[in-house]
Design a protein around this ligand. Sequence first.
Ligand code: CO
Ligand code: CO
Ligand code: CO
Length: 319
Amino acid sequence: MLRQRPKTTDPNVLVGIGDDAAVYRLGDDLALVQTVDYITPTVDDPYAFGQIAAANSLSDIYAMGGRPVFALNIVGFPANTLPLGVLLDILRGGADKAAEAGVSIVGGHSVDDKEPKYGLCVTGFVHPQRVLTNAQAQVGDALILTKPLGLGIITTAIKAQRAAPETVGEAIRVMTTLNKAAAEAMLEVGAHACTDVTGFGLLGHLHEMAHASGVGARVSLSQVPVLPQVWELAEEGFAPGGTHANRRFVEAWVVWDERLTLEQQLLLCDAQTSGGLLIAVSAERAEALLAALRRRGTPAAAQIGEMVSGEAGRLWVEP
Ligand code: CO
Ligand code: CO
Ligand code: CO
């Protein structure tokens, strides 16, 4: 739907609608990267929610190869029904996560709202020649995912109080982890294309990348990193509405191996909050990238498939 908006004719707009963030050239060696994102709570702890929302907002800058510099808060809060301390905890979580990223929060805007919402409008810098879009993946590229999947399934189970405490702890650890180190590894080794895995799930974002790049992609489920307890929770039916919607959307693009179960299909479409980077890197550099990711503390990173020739955006999924 967003794609149907009129395209700008400003030549300084290097990246516009259809990617993680907008990129605007200021000069030959400097461009601005900007993104805005806000979410409703995915966990009960307000401080953790603030951290997650900030990490989620910053992620789009990292996905473009950019360096976030400053940010503005966006807040919705039911001031009449929730204690103000909850809001302060959310903002403290956001400020601490931004500080970890080297980002200053320099203002913001809040409205009265029925349920809490929080996120950031983030501004970053990137060299105009070093922008990483989702449109430059090439046939033969290795596909690397830097965080495990299942965050949507787990956060749905949290709301029903069916997720084990260790599962909740691990999901919070993953969602509060910045994609900063992963992006640094990617820039060090050199990649062709990148996006982050968020609301449209792995296959939704992979479809976007493959479509924009004019290639197809193949994914092996057995190589995809998955959070603990996720298969059990998926079999109990804990998948958010967004995950089911994602599966219906990608249905027209995916060739499923007939051995895949419904739960396995849903996991690959699971709507993530603050998910990992999905990186297309030349096959020769894939091992170097995985090594750089591990060195920088991204142990779950794995090669999950590759870009293949075929109809733009077509995905083949095997067990
Ligand atoms: Co994104
Ligand atoms: Co976003
Ligand atoms: Co205002």
